[in-house]
Design a protein around this ligand. Structure first.
Ligand SMILES: Cc1cc2nc3c(=O)[nH]c(=O)nc-3n(C[C@H](O)[C@H](O)[C@H](O)COP(=O)(O)OP(=O)(O)OC[C@H]3O[C@@H](n4cnc5c(N)ncnc54)[C@H](O)[C@@H]3O)c2cc1C
Length: 396
């Protein structure tokens, strides 16, 4: 593993960092208390869309998309540098995040030329924001059990059914929808993917509110929704393969953004917060817990770099994808648990206190950390994948 960056890569970092310093409005930078993936209100969403347009005009969106589809065609390392700088600047997750990271790459892989021309530029410029319509009430881990139907009506498909946990659908214009098109085929083989305009009559989006009060995701109902035949993505009844492309990109982009910064802040807090009349840092149990979290962050970093090295060498994806998804989200949960033990009453109210000015951040983290162990494939499912496909253990 080579930890040095080439002069070109350093120049790329400097250029992006300089551009962010000059262009990123400070009031757009993430408020740590807020959920950083779906905007908390429409006004924030609209401002983030304008920000994405500014970034796109300067050539900083779709960094790893091929140039022929409007991207920058950057190398993998440049994409990593882009992410490091973007996170360090505390810039907001781009509103077209789902389109840029999941739907766009799926359309590039499976779309017709017309579909690529129609959809990709609008994703890059935040003119159209996408949602991912995969999960249903009885189809999450067992996604192939999905029941939303699309019936061939000659010149269109008629869609009926329900999706759930659809992140950001309250703002989205389009949805990548998985449907059952052949109810008689084995369950993985009768699925098709569609690109569906969320303004089509018959679609209802209903919010689901998280325990933090934030509206992250939604239920989406489809009642006699007419979807043009041209909106089929990939071949009919090959939707499972299409969805595998999407999920591969999703697991790659899943995982905590700032675990190291969180642990560093907890260490600072432990030195000032009193437990039994002395700073918590004087208690060897706290020091041990915090040291373990710092060690786990380092282990996570090197596992990530090992995966990156493999990709750079053009080797097939290794076990790192599932290991990173599993350990990243479980580490986030452990950080939240230690934060709760350390902050005690300060973590119970969603308001700053003199001792912990950033208490709302921790209130939200502690409540929200578990969601990462569920989204993009639960921890149990990741363990199954590691056990069966990586370690070659017998199926349970
Ligand atoms: C924050 C968040 C955002 C999300 N956003 C989206 C989105 O935008 N679009 C979308 O389509 N979906 C989205 N999801 C849904 C997510 O993909 C599902 O929640 C996830 O796949 C789990 O499915 P489920 O909730 O139906 O749980 P289930 O599959 O019903 O699982 C329930 C429990 O059983 C365990 N389990 C299930 N099967 C097995 C097994 N074979 N072996 C061992 N244990 C098992 C699970 O690990 C879990 O603990 C989101 C979820 C969250 C939390």
């Amino acid at each position: 593993m080579d930890f040095e960056y080439s002069p070109e890569q350093e120049a790329f970092r400097k250029e992006f960092r300089g551009w962010l310093e000059a262009s990123l409005p400070p009031d757009l930078c993430l408020d740590d208390a807020a959920d950083d993936r779906v905007a908390s209100d429409r006004e924030t969403f609209e401002r983030r869309c304008l920000w994405q347009k500014t970034m796109h005009a300067a050539g900083w969106v779709g960094i790893s998309w091929p140039k022929e589809y409007g991207g920058r065609g950057s190398t993998l390392i440049e994409r990593v540098i882009w992410e490091e700088e973007y996170t360090a600047a505390r810039a907001p997750v781009l509103p077209a995040n789902m389109g840029l990271n999941l739907v766009g790459p799926t359309v590039i892989a499976w779309g017709t030329d017309e579909q690529r021309q129609r959809y990709l530029p609008r994703i890059l410029n935040a003119d159209e924001v996408w949602a991912q319509g995969f999960s249903e009430p009885n189809a999450g881990s067992d996604l192939a059990n999905l029941q939303t139907k699309a019936v061939d009506k000659g010149d269109h498909y008629l869609v009926n059914g329900q999706k759930v946990w659809t992140s950001g659908a309250q703002y989205a214009h389009w949805i990548l929808l998985l449907t059952r098109t052949d109810p008689d085929a084995p369950k993985h083989k009768g699925i098709s993917a569609f690109l569906v305009d969320l303004k089509t009559p018959g679609i209802t989006v209903r919010p689901l509110v998280l325990a933090t009060g934030h509206q992250h995701f939604n239920e989406v109902f489809f009642e006699d929704v007419k979807v043009p035949k041209a909106n089929l993505l990939g071949p009919l009844n090959q939707g499972w393969k299409v969805s595998t492309t999407t999920l591969m990109h999703e697991r790659h982009s899943a995982g905590g953004r700032n675990n190291v910064a969180q642990v560093a802040r907890l260490i600072e807090l432990a030195k000032t917060l009193a437990h039994d009349g002395r700073p918590a840092w004087d208690n060897p149990i706290f020091r041990q817990k915090l040291s373990q979290l710092a060690i786990d962050c380092e282990a996570f970093k090197y596992t990530r770099l090992r995966g990156l090295t493999r990709q750079l060498r053009g080797e097939p994806p290794g076990p790192e994808g599932s290991i990173l998804k599993l350990t990243g989200s479980e580490l986030g949960l452990r950080i939240a648990e230690v934060a709760g033990d350390l902050l005690r009453m300060h973590a119970l109210v969603n308001a700053p206190s003199a001792a912990v000015p950033d208490a709302p951040r921790w209130f939200n983290r502690i409540i929200a950390a578990r969601q990462y162990t569920i989204s993009a494939g639960t921890s149990e499912i990741q363990r199954n994948i590691i056990g069966e496909r990586v370690l070659g253990l017998p199926k349970g």
